[in-house]
Design a protein around this ligand. Structure first.
Ligand SMILES: NC(=O)c1ccc[n+]([C@@H]2O[C@H](COP(=O)([O-])OP(=O)(O)OC[C@H]3O[C@@H](n4cnc5c(N)ncnc54)[C@H](O)[C@@H]3O)[C@@H](O)[C@H]2O)c1
Length: 449
């Protein structure tokens, strides 16, 4: 059993704290957000993540996890201190490290003279942030022996607990062998492959992984747009090309583009790191360009099919940036809604979990409904923007009857085009045109990533 402090109780910090407590460690989670901490103390989870409520409650009952705003005591009593604070995109595109610096200062001022501590950076941060954190701590606590380790997190919202508990790999960037050994021991119960690297290399691994996944999404969206024009079916293209073991099909799902709290800001931050070192990030810039254009593409399809957008009522299925989360940060659904609102459209939106978070961004510019069929009522067009399971088998005949118009832009490629057309829809998808009409009973090669 190790004594652990986790600074930041967001998707990463709370999951890290709860999972490490579940493994038998003693964990204190720290946050500056008093409201959040107060709700966590009563056992209420401030965001939606499947399984997290039960995990936190179980470990709270066993006294293995607690929550506080009093950082000092928590840090003083911990052997390992994780930094899991947000690193949003700054105005200039760089990662905004304000929270990381503040966390480092909090750690520094909480260390009694002569103590030994491992500080683990779990936030996604630019190369050299490990050095920055070490320098901030050394300035105030120079009598202490502090090892700063980079341990980037690869969990996905929506399956965060399973991802943490059964990771593809664990990356430990450490220049101190003892600290690396303690970190390996901490994660030993997960039986995962562990890569021990230099701190800067670990920081770079995280950006590389996110940038590559974002690249796959933009790549397949560009291919999808070509498919639409040439009459090919991108679903079969993905299946056929992805059957090559060098390629695979994961993250080759065309749609409205990537969003979320990570890919957009991390790709942008990596372009800034490249530029700062005189490297022109041509591929990364193209990834971001294609992603932005994908929303324009959807906007154009709707405007053309509806003959203009002013006063047109558009129903949106899904607000979260992906299913199984209530996170709407950089959600393509939200970006598309904002674009449609600027063009004079009227929006009704449904999401099983993300209405409260979406309301914080869109306020009352949108009508929110609790039932997806209600969103379709009297709508001129329907857009699937998040691929929640509950949209996959909706009764398209009923939806069509509820609507005033018949435009269906399937932004997540959820429906069979023929079924949609049989229900009377003027159907458009991302990456299949007339070819999508073919239905010869053959099993399609579509693969869910
Ligand atoms: N969300 C993901 O899926 C994911 C996955 C992998 C990595 N990451 C990275 O992990 C980091 C955290 O992401 P997140 O989504 O959990 O963020 P989040 O915004 O959900 O949570 C961050 C928390 O940190 C708290 N905080 C900020 N400054 C603080 C301080 N000085 N002291 C104490 N608490 C402080 C905030 O109040 C907030 O509760 C980011 O760098 C992100 O890029 C996120």
């Amino acid at each position: 059993m190790r004594h652990i402090a986790v600074i930041g109780t967001g998707y990463v910090g709370l999951v890290t704290g709860a999972c490490l407590a579940e493994l038998g460690n003693n964990v204190v989670c720290i946050d500056t957000d008093e409201e959040k901490v107060a709700s966590l103390q009563t056992g209420a989870i401030p965001f939606f993540e499947p399984g997290l409520q039960e995990l936190v409650s179980r470990n709270q009952r066993s006294d293995r996890i607690r929550f506080t705003v009093s950082a000092h005591d928590a840090i003083e009593g911990a052997e390992i201190v994780f930094i899991a604070v947000g690193t949003p995109m700054g105005d200039d595109g760089h990662a905004d490290l304000r929270n990381v610096r503040a966390a480092a200062r909090t750690i520094a001022s909480s260390l009694p003279p002569g103590t030994r501590k491992i500080v683990v950076n779990k936030s996604t941060v630019p190369v050299e942030t490990g050095d920055l954190v070490a320098a901030i701590i050394r300035k105030t606590a120079d009598s202490c022996s502090v090892s700063v380790v980079s341990n980037p997190e690869f969990l996905r919202e929506g399956s965060a607990i399973a991802d943490f508990m059964r990771p593809d790999r664990i990356v430990i960037g450490a220049s101190d062998e003892d600290a690396a050994a303690i970190m390996k021991d901490l994660y030993a119960p997960l039986l995962a492959r562990v890569f021990v690297t230099e701190v800067r290399t670990a920081e770079m691994i995280k950006y590389t992984a996110n940038a590559f996944l974002a690249t796959k999404i933009s790549f397949i969206n560009e291919i999808a747009n070509i498919c639409s024009r040439v009459g090919a079916d991108v679903r079969d293209v993905v299946a056929g090309a992805g059957a090559d073991s060098r390629i695979g099909t994961a993250f080759l799902n065309p749609g409205l583009g990537f969003g979320g709290s990570c890919f957009p800001k991390d790709v942008k931050a990596l372009t800034k790191i490249a530029e700062a070192h005189d490297i022109q990030p041509t591929v990364l810039n193209a990834v971001l360009d294609v992603n932005a254009r994908q929303i324009e593409h959807a906007h154009t399809i709707l405007a053309e099919k509806l003959g203009g957008l002013t006063g047109k009522h558009i129903a949106i299925f899904g607000l979260a940036f992906k299913p199984n989360t209530d996170d709407v940060r950089e959600s393509p659904a939200i970006v598309l809604i904002q674009r449609l609102l600027r063009s004079g459209a009227i929006i009704s939106a449904h999401d099983p979990e993300a209405i409260a978070t979406a309301r914080q961004v869109l306020s009352d510019s949108v009508r929110y409904v609790r039932n997806c069929y209600e969103a379709a009522h009297e709508a001129d067009a329907l857009v699937t923007a998040t691929d929640w399971n509950e949209y996959k088998q909706i009764d398209l005949d009923v939806v069509a009857r509820l609507m005033r118009g018949r435009v269906l832009l399937d932004g997540r490629n959820l429906y069979d085009p023929e079924k949609a057309r049989r229900a009377g829809f003027d159907y458009a998808a991302i990456g299949y045109g007339d070819q999508g009409l073919r239905h010869d009973g053959e099993v399609r090669g579509r693969v869910e990533a």
